[in-house]
Design a protein around this ligand. Structure first.
Ligand code: THU
Length: 134
């Protein structure tokens, strides 16, 4: 994909902004909209643990709050407490938020020694959406 190198470089740079004093697991996400804009996010933890939000949802909510609702892809990167960068799949809450907006978006898990390209259709089959809210 065109510009992917640049996106991954931004994704890694932004990882340092993660606020994760409790888990020491730093996550960053970079969302690309269908219109070609990018939005980044990091996980933001809280002393009241349930107040924590994942990097993916921060990126998506930033985009939605600026009027963007159609997403082409999201990149995800993490740094664990030992400084390793293994691939990290998105949690269930984040998958649910992804399908709310873009049921065909690609999800790219970036690690230092591997990169996995999948999509939300694969990660979230048999999903719940507004069609059940009759
Ligand atoms: N986390 C994310 O930000 N995204 C994921 O895909 C998995 C988990 C965060 C939430 C919490 O701050 C930390 O990682 C440990 O669960």
């Amino acid at each position: 994909m065109e510009r992917e190198k640049e996106y991954i470089s931004i994704l890694k740079e932004v990882n340092q902004k993660s606020y994760a004093p409790y888990s020491n697991f730093k996550v960053s996400a970079l969302l690309v909209t269908k219109s070609g804009k990018i939005y980044t996010g990091v996980n933001v933890e809280n002393a009241s643990y349930g107040g924590t939000i994942c990097a993916e949802r921060v990126a998506i909510f930033k985009a939605v709050s600026e009027g963007e609702k159609e997403f082409d892809r999201i990149y995800i990167y993490s740094t664990d407490k030992d400084g390793n960068h293994k691939i990290t799949p998105p949690c269930g809450f984040c998958r649910q938020v992804m399908v709310e907006f873009s049921k065909d978006m690609k999800v790219i898990l970036v690690g230092d020694s591997e990169k996995v390209e999948t999509d939300i259709k694969t990660l979230q089959p048999y999903l719940f959406d507004d069609s059940y809210l009759v």
